[in-house]
Ligand binder design. Structure first.
Ligand SMILES: Nc1nc2c(ncn2[C@@H]2O[C@H](COP(=O)(O)OP(=O)(O)OP(=O)(O)O)[C@@H](O)[C@H]2O)c(=O)[nH]1
Ligand SMILES: [Mg+2]
Length: 329
């Protein structure tokens, strides 16, 4: 008897049982551009929603080469050794890393990628940030339903992707290098403002002293920023992803953070806000997709763009004309 591997009840049961193949398949469906795939993923997600939300959601960002992969290997292994199940997802809309994405640097996550308690999923790859972020959110919920109680979402520290990650996690961690004040200025203030935890990596060997100074500089800098939480002030810590120094303290800080913002009620509020914002970004993304594909609108788009570009119509006028056509039927 042939079974349909994409039958929703089978996928749902598989995910509830923690079956990795069902989980991977459901994420692939959510990432698909095919409407029938996405509908199926939607059905699976909707059913599994009560099984989601029970993880610690941690965002990790930092400039290229700062040691994100090495850190996640060390941090993730520590987390698993403490009895947790960990999913690692990535947002990288630039697809800077061709093809394999985080799987490409398996060498830096050698131990983690072989652990039964870890699930590592590369970025869905090319596409606009909104689309990539949407799929990563769905992947996160599916991982939670499959029993992963810690989810790490990694993004490279360029562009807008940090904001997208901060909007879907509980705690946002910014990894920085031991370089001095120059680098401090290089990090955009807006990204610093998102950080609940700033971690100076590479605090080892020749770099140990510089890491100490960098930590003090960053501590002074975050002190000046407006706090994001009433119950939590951004902490600056140092670690070495290579030697493991400081890794345990960072996991402890995550625990203290979750305890503090849970007790103050802010975590539940933040998650509600995130869900509502997600709803609205779904609505606007879907509306724009439908608008562009609309048979009444699609043939007029090029002409409207040209008319606006050459100054024959105002953008306001052209937009209203197109939207009237879109809503007319
Ligand atoms: N000394 C020292 N080197 C480190 C540490 N962590 C990472 N490195 C080194 O820094 C380099 C970059 O590390 P990765 O983990 O690949 O950095 P990344 O942030 O993932 O880089 P991208 O994926 O390219 O953005 C590698 O040569 C690592 O061995 C550390 O704690 N101490
Ligand atoms: Mg990396």
């Amino acid at each position: 008897m042939t079974r349909d591997p994409d039958a929703a009840p089978d996928l749902i049961a598989g995910i509830r049982n923690g079956d990795r193949r069902s989980l991977a398949r459901a994420i692939t469906l959510a990432e698909s551009t095919r409407a029938d795939h996405r509908e199926l993923a939607d059905e699976v997600l909707e059913t599994l929603l009560p099984d989601t939300g029970r993880s610690r959601r941690i965002g990790i960002s930092g400039p290229p080469g700062v040691g994100k992969s090495t850190f996640i290997e060390a941090f993730g292994t520590h987390i698993i050794d403490r009895g947790h199940r960990l999913a690692v997802l990535a947002i990288d809309p630039s697809s800077r890393r061709t093809g394999g994405s985080i799987l490409g640097d398996k060498t830096r996550m050698a131990e983690l990628s072989h652990r039964e308690e870890a699930f590592i999923r590369p970025s869905p790859g090319r596409g606009h940030l909104g689309g990539v972020a949407r799929r990563t959110r769905e992947a996160m919920l599916l991982c939670e339903a499959a029993g992963f109680d810690v989810v790490i979402i990694e993004t490279i520290g360029v562009g807008q992707s940090e904001v997208a990650v901060a909007d879907m996690v509980d705690l946002f961690t910014l990894l920085v290098s031991p370089a001095g004040g120059d680098e401090l200025q290089g990090i955009k203030r807006g990204i610093m403002e998102l950080a609940d935890l700033v971690v100076v990596n590479k605090a080892d060997g020749d770099l140990a002293a510089a890491a100490g100074r960098s930590r003090a500089d960053h501590a002074a800098a975050v002190h000046l920023l407006r706090p994001r939480w009433q119950a939590w002030a951004t902490e600056v810590m140092a670690c070495s992803a290579l030697t493991g120094l400081g890794i345990e303290e960072i996991w402890d800080a995550v625990g203290r953070f979750i305890d503090a913002v849970s007790a103050s009620g802010e975590l539940a509020e933040a998650r509600s806000r995130q869900a509502t914002a997600w709803l609205w970004s779904e609505i606007s993304d879907t509306l724009i997709d439908r608008f562009r594909a609309d048979p009444g609108v699609a043939p007029m788009l090029a002409e409207a763009e040209a008319a606006v570009a050459t100054g024959r119509h105002t953008p306001t006028h052209a937009a209203r004309m197109l939207l009237d056509r879109f809503t007319a039927h």
